[in-house]
Design a protein around this ligand. Structure first.
Ligand code: ZN
Length: 104
């Protein structure tokens, strides 16, 4: 199956392949957004169901904001570390040091 796709793609020019890639990337973005929306909707439905049963949903269920935080996860390399002010790393680098200090 993948061989047929490969031979078809190899006939395309570089610019055609790049256009194809952008087209597919756009589709994947739309699919990802749809998945996120559906997950959020499903989580809401489940929480409503639980509430209607008199159960207070736990915090672990109400985490649809996780997808949002994932987008901001890649850190800015030009942003200085909030702990020591140096470039090239962020505060997570100091987490081990802080833990060591606390346990010492
Ligand atoms: Zn630092």
């Amino acid at each position: 199956m993948s061989e047929a796709i490969d031979s078809r793609l190899s006939k395309l020019s570089l610019s055609e392949l790049q256009a194809k890639r952008e087209e597919l990337a756009g589709q994947i973005r739309v699919i990802d957004e749809t998945i996120d929306t559906k997950k959020t909707e499903r989580a809401k439905e489940l929480m409503d169901e639980l509430r209607s049963l008199g159960i207070n949903p736990s915090l672990s269920v109400s985490k649809p904001t996780k997808a949002e935080s994932k987008i901001t996860r890649p850190r800015d390399p030009n942003k200085p570390c909030p702990v020591c002010g140096e470039l090239g790393h962020d505060g997570r680098k100091h987490r081990k040091e802080n833990l060591a200090k606390k346990s010492a």
